[in-house]
Design a protein around this ligand. Structure first.
Ligand SMILES: [Zn+2]
Ligand SMILES: [Zn+2]
Length: 282
């Protein structure tokens, strides 16, 4: 049963596998097309594309941009965009710099809470310049302060917990504009993150559509059947594209597999053509 996966992370952000290794897992999972959507960065795409050519998997250029609407952190996926666009990459660079400023502050707070951790240790463990909270969670696991990444977030790292530090994020309409200006299609990732439902969710997504949003990630690893149905209904009512992906990260989200999520995810290959057609019209 062929499938696609339009939401995957690599070592270029907070995933644990290199882009070429993600592609190899995709081949095993019979994924025919995919998008590497690293957080606020496009540097993993050349490796993904050459691995894709080798393995016969279509690689759609992608990115996932973090934004904040005053209430919820919203992630905006960008597809089929001109990922070499200098302005886009400059904007993403500024966004990454704000994350770099945040990590040492998180470590300071963990230390203030009595945990023996240093930023150097997190960087060594991450093995990349792109350090994120999942790496900090991994360090807390290694040092036996917690037994799972989820526990690290629940006890220390999540919003409202002792070591939470807010990031300076652009509003979602700005993230959408960045993607549009790079000739990409903007899609709302994991809509469960929108901290409102029913009419409120509809209003939020309608406003995002007015700002240029092109689609909704209807199919997602952690969506229940009823959530999938309600996001599908919302996308169809608003005339938005339907996309889907696993949000694979490797060891930091060990229950999520490339292509199949928690086992029951299947993103149909027929969703790809409308996305590419929308991008070609931009
Ligand atoms: Zn996300
Ligand atoms: Zn993601």
């Amino acid at each position: 049963m062929s499938r696609i996966d339009l939401h995957l992370h690599s070592t270029h952000s907070d995933g644990s596998l290199r882009p070429s290794d993600v592609l190899r897992l995709a081949e095993k999972a019979r994924v025919t097309a995919l998008a590497i959507t690293d957080h606020d960065i496009t540097s993993g795409l050349p490796e993904a594309m050459s691995a894709g050519e080798e393995l016969g998997i279509e690689v759609i250029p992608g990115v996932e941009i973090s934004s904040f609407d005053g209430r919820s952190e919203l992630h905006i996926l960008g597809y089929c965009l001109d990922w070499k666009d200098p302005l886009l990459n400059e904007r993403l660079g500024t966004l990454r710099a704000s994350r770099h400023r945040r990590n040492p502050l998180i470590i300071e707070r963990l230390r203030a809470a009595g945990l023996d951790v240093t930023y150097e240790e997190v960087r060594a463990l991450a093995g990349t310049e792109s350090v994120g909270r999942p790496h900090i969670a991994q360090l807390l696991m290694q040092k036996k302060y917690v037994s799972t990444a989820k526990e690290a977030f629940d006890r220390y790292l999540a919003e409202g917990k002792a070591a939470y530090v807010a990031r300076e994020l652009p509003p979602p309409d700005e993230a959408i504009r960045w993607i549009r200006e790079a000739k990409g299609v903007a899609v709302l990732a994991h809509p469960t993150w929108v901290k409102t439902s029913g009419e409120g969710l509809r209003t939020c997504v309608t406003e995002l559509k007015e700002a240029g949003l092109g689609g909704v990630e209807v199919h997602y690893s952690t969506h229940s059947k009823s959530q999938t149905a309600s996001y599908l209904d919302l996308a169809q009512r608003l005339g938005l594209l339907i996309t889907g992906g696993s949000d694979f990260h490797g060891v930091t989200k060990p229950d999520i597999e490339v292509g199949s999520g928690r086992g029951d995810l299947r993103v149909h290959p027929r969703l790809l053509a409308p996305l590419k057609e929308a991008a070609a019209r931009l």
